[in-house]
Write a protein that binds this ligand. Structure first.
Ligand code: PLP
Length: 394
């Protein structure tokens, strides 16, 4: 199907919830994506931090094929071997104790919010409040949206779910002051992705983790975007020598097969009982077989490659900043990098796309780079050549 045919079909029959680009994605391989007119793009979007393993990684494709021939779905009323193996793998690489599976990042956060509520009710005299950060992003369902402290996402959908208290991201004193006997949890992203690629300042997550320990509060980290090698460690919290009580995951977990997960440490691993929470598709045979292969691919050298090539990308961007005063700031870690401009970033994204490079924005002024973790320095050089020529237009 050509780009034009796909655009026309979507416009006619699909609800208009996305500002879509005028191209149809029809094939992917590694860090390249092809459109409906046969054009190839260097993909520094990765389906928004999903194809960390590269598009259609052969090991993931093989696992999907093998499982599809055996059993695609069964209910969670049964034991699902691949689900057990995936849970074991995730607990082993995170240091947490138990997993719950769902289908998306928003759902993983819904599970975390419910778990924190029940933990507060049963373990902390009815505490129910969750402290969240300004400019956060946790998803579009009502609970996750209520935790997403950005009015541009929330305003049209009020009233929100009550029980969320917002503080400035990175301000430890503000967190401390907002705590009360009603506080059940603090929920943060280690690097705010949608909020503009804003890493937590040095020492912040460590101090919040200590405070949670001292005050008997659950620490929920949302690593839907930062997880699975994206920041140069398997999980971003591992840069900080801390461990959350609840970790939410999705995106790269299935390398494109929809799956989300909530991992829980010992403080809250026994809180949910049968009937408390569920999902028909959550952790089904196909999704968990795919995810098991996808996680193994990440473990097989991609985390280190991300750290190495990410450092190179940051260096090269710093050099570019000297040549282009339109670049105001460069932020991020591993291969989650934001380049803030002193003008809206949308035109640069469009110019890069015209020249064969796919990148994203994060907020109005920031370009966001989220390439597959298998990229090489040569790919970075190609991308930055296109970026530089697009910045000439600013
Ligand atoms: C940090 C974070 N949490 C949650 C979500 C929501 O995930 P999903 O779109 O899979 O519901 C996102 C999506 O971008 C995210 O970046």
């Amino acid at each position: 199907m050509t780009n034009e045919q796909a655009v026309s079909l979507t416009d006619q029959f699909v609800l208009s919830t996305y500002g879509r680009w005028p191209i149809a994605a029809v094939r992917g391989e590694g860090c390249y994506l092809w459109d409906g007119d046969g054009r190839r793009y260097l993909d520094f979007v990765s389906g928004i931090a999903v194809a960390n393993q590269g598009h259609c990684h052969p090991k993931v494709v093989e696992a999907i094929k093998r499982q599809a021939e055996q059993l695609i779905h069964c209910s969670n009323l049964f034991h699902i071997p691949a689900q057990g193996l995936l849970a074991q793998k995730l607990c082993s690489i995170s240091g947490l104790d138990k997993a719950f599976f769902c289908n998306s990042g928003a759902e993983a956060n819904e599970a975390a919010i419910k778990l924190a509520r029940k933990w507060g009710k049963t373990q902390k005299q009815g505490a129910y409040e969750i402290i969240v950060a300004e400019q956060s992003f946790h998803g579009r369902t009502m609970g996750a949206l209520s935790a997403t402290a950005q009015s541009k996402y929330q305003a049209d959908f009020e009233p929100l779910v009550p029980g969320f208290k917002t503080v400035k991201f990175g301000d430890f004193e503000a967190v401390k002051k907002s705590i009360s006997s009603q506080t059940a949890a603090i929920m943060l992203e280690p690097i705010q992705g949608e909020g503009g690629v804003v890493p937590a300042p040095d020492g912040y997550l460590e101090s919040v983790a200590q405070l949670c320990e001292k005050e008997n509060i659950l620490l929920i980290l949302d690593e839907v975007q930062t997880g699975f090698g994206r920041t140069g460690k398997m999980f971003a919290f591992q840069h900080h020598g801390i461990r959350p009580d609840i970790l939410t995951l999705a995106k790269a977990l299935g390398s494109g097969v929809p799956i989300g997960a909530m991992l829980v440490g010992s403080k809250a691993a026994q809180i949910f009982a049968p009937g408390d929470h569920a999902s028909t598709f959550g952790g089904n045979p196909l999704a968990t077989a795919a995810a098991l292969a996808a996680v193994e691919v990440i473990e097989d050298g991609l985390v280190q490659n991300c750290a190495d090539v990410g450092a190179y990308l940051l260096d090269q961007l710093a050099a570019l900043k000297k040549r282009y005063p339109v670049i105001r700031d460069i932020r991020g870690r591993g291969l989650l990098i934001g380049v803030e401009l002193n003008q809206p970033a949308g035109d640069v994204v469009a110019a890069c796309r015209e020249k064969g490079l796919l990148i994203l924005t994060a907020g109005q002024y920031t370009l966001r780079f989220l390439p597959p973790l298998l990229i090489t320095r040569e790919h970075v050089d190609q991308a930055l050549e296109i970026l530089a020529s697009s910045l000439e237009l600013c």
